[in-house]
Design a protein around this ligand. Sequence first.
Ligand code: SF4
Ligand code: SF4
Length: 397
Amino acid sequence: MDLDHVLLYPEGKSLLTCIQCGVCSATCPQEAFMEYPPRKIVAMLKAGLIDEVVQSGSMLKCVSCYSCQAKCPRQIRLTDLLFPLIRGRMFEGGGIPAELQKAFLDVQRYGNPLGRSTSERSDWVARSKVPIRILADRPGPVDLLWNVECYPSYHPRGQAVALATARLFHRLGLDFAILGSEERCIGDCAGYFGEFGLLDALIEQNLTTFRKYDFRRVVTSGAHAFNVFAHHYPGYGFTTPVEPVVGLIGEELPKLRPMLKTSVPHKVTYHDPCCLGRCMGASALRCYFAPPRKLLEAIPGLKYVEMAHHHENSLCCGGGGGGMWLDTYYRDQGMDRLSERVVKEAVAAGADVLAVTCDYEVSRFEDAVKVLGYDRKIVVRDVLELLDESAGGEAAV
Ligand code: SF4
Ligand code: SF4
């Protein structure tokens, strides 16, 4: 859909149903920093003031948290349709901060936003004490294709989570394999930033790779890839079942529970990522609110506490929609970092561990903990790391 002709399409026509209630602006965590908040943007698009909206840069502040779309009484597709179209136009006219431009260039060149070589993508596998099958080396049918994703493949904290995940898969006897150096970015940041050409190229490339192998289902390390698989890949004919790893391990809880023997004596809270909650739309059946909580509560010694914002009202970490690469821009604009708000809320809830299940969030929240000087108050752990620890960690495999 083209922004200039947005009202010609059925999805765009939904703009005409806007009643200007302002719920979208009231729920937006970035509203205070936008020249034009969501309600006003809709009014301006209806009035044809498209260039004014694009030039204001308001959409650079949007972190694709889905709060506005989830709460709009008219179900107008603000987050996944209109706002990416506006941001896509910003690419044409410049005005994209250098940090974000570099991330997109790196995705285009290397298949990941960290600018790392594809040949290094599976270097972390050598540190695994359990076997991890790479399909190019050992082709043949496999039950689970594990889409490891960029941060778990390259970032040291992400790699630690990937190693814990592999140990859990191994303990549960799952038949899994990875693509290794054949894996590429699944397209999350491109899709939500309106870089539809790049998204299209990534999906085509990934589907070409998938067609080489015989697998029954896909499991994603994190929330963002799951969201892109759920919303974009079916449009390209990809209908293989996809699940986030926390959902898959949640289904395996009866088998995992007897292995959780080591006490983890901490007060733990959990951050609901937007991509496993609000992004899944009105269908609570597709949201992953319960599995991480059930998994945490199965760990002996662990006391679970809830933050003020949780489930569909969870605060965004600020990393979506390109926000992961806009922290310098946000700081220069005098904006709060959403990740710091979440960490403050976790500490206020009395937690000494902030548990996450999004591949962006371990490093993102750890950075926020350091910036706030909360190193002695709270640590950030993936849910899978806590499960692995309770099951004995590396020593027990
Ligand atoms: S919440 Fe929906 S109906 Fe209300 S102002 Fe925003 S876009 Fe319009
Ligand atoms: S998606 Fe979130 S950050 Fe973006 S406009 Fe809507 S509420 Fe604001």
